[in-house]
Design a protein around this ligand. Structure first.
Ligand code: GLU
Length: 298
């Protein structure tokens, strides 16, 4: 697999801040301490044919599928020092969908996306799809399409282990950090206006600020926050009271219905044949009690 970092200096800073800590959320040490599952292997469907999809046809001709993923979210999409490729549940979802669309793992190019550039990257053709903790919502559907959902997260808070913050209602007058172009930042603005919102382009910068005491909380999806908490056990904790639903979709260029149908079929197949569960246990820990969402073929 090849990875391509799209000049974002912050990633180096984020990785530096995280180095020396455990690799929570990676297969070596799953974020919630789950099983040491084996690396899933996906069978490439050599006869895949999505010829009605312009995006698929161009990728097939080029012999390469470009997938936008996060590089600093342990357990989901994460690049660690010493590892060549990103790792995490989103990465496995990309590989399993890619295989069913006829792309071997070494034909997938992982491109770093941050929250704010996911729509532009799809609109400009920088990537063919986005698998990056990407919440499906109507506003985003104006400019991109979504397959899935393949997982449902919820907005939560990450705080210092000894913090008295027990929910979003305790944020009044406190500094809370999130990311530009994300649904959690928007929700703080819309519903918790008494909080002082600080934003960056990546969550790892927020975590650095939380560690230094520059902010009182970090807010985003619980799935993301659990990875950071696992890396900073005893120092940071997830409050654990989710206050939204964040259905994760696979972002696709708008109006490529053939591709959307094919990706939905691929996700459904992987949920039915056990690959989804294997991928979850490899990256996030035990899948016991974890709900597989219903695909929304809108
Ligand atoms: N799922 C939320 C979103 O798509 C937050 C996570 C993120 O920023 O990637 O905005």
């Amino acid at each position: 697999m090849k990875k391509l970092s799209v000049a974002i200096a912050s990633v180096a800073v984020g990785l530096l801040a995280l180095s020396g800590c455990g690799q929570g959320g990676t297969p070596d040490n799953p974020a919630d301490g789950g099983s040491q599952a084996a690396a899933p292997e996906y069978t490439v469907n050599e006869s895949a044919d999505v010829a009605d999809s312009k995006t698929w046809q161009a990728a097939k001709d080029a012999g390469q599928l470009k997938v936008g993923v996060k590089f600093d979210q342990p357990g989901l999409g994460n690049v660690t020092t010493g590892s060549e490729d990103p790792e995490g549940f989103d990465i496995e979802i990309a590989k399993m969908v890619g295989a069913q669309l006829g792309f071997a793992p070494d034909q997938i190019e992982f491109v770093e996306t941050v929250s704010a550039n996911r729509e532009p990257f799809l609109q400009q053709g920088t990537v063919d799809m986005v698998v990056a903790t990407y919440t499906i919502n109507d506003e985003r559907k104006q400019v991109v399409d979504f397959a899935g959902p393949y997982y449902v997260a919820g907005q939560d808070l990450l705080v210092q282990a000894d913090s008295d913050i027990a929910g979003p209602e305790d944020l009044a007058g406190r500094k809370v950090c999130s990311v530009d172009g994300s649904t959690p930042a928007q929700r703080i603005q819309d519903e918790y206006g008494d909080a002082e919102l600080v934003t960056y382009d990546t969550y790892s910068k927020c975590v650095t600020d939380l560690q230094s005491g520059a902010v009182d909380a970090v807010t985003t999806d619980d799935a993301i926050l659990r990875g950071y908490a696992a890396q900073n056990e005893g120092e940071l904790k997830v409050v654990g009271k989710p206050f939204s639903e964040e259905p994760y979709g696979i972002g696709l260029p708008k109006d490529d219905t053939a591709l959307r149908n094919a990706v939905n079929d691929a996700v459904q197949t992987s949920m039915d044949d056990g690959q989804w569960t294997e991928a979850f246990e490899y990256t996030l820990g035990s899948a016991e009690g974890v709900q597989m969402p219903e695909i929304d073929r809108y």
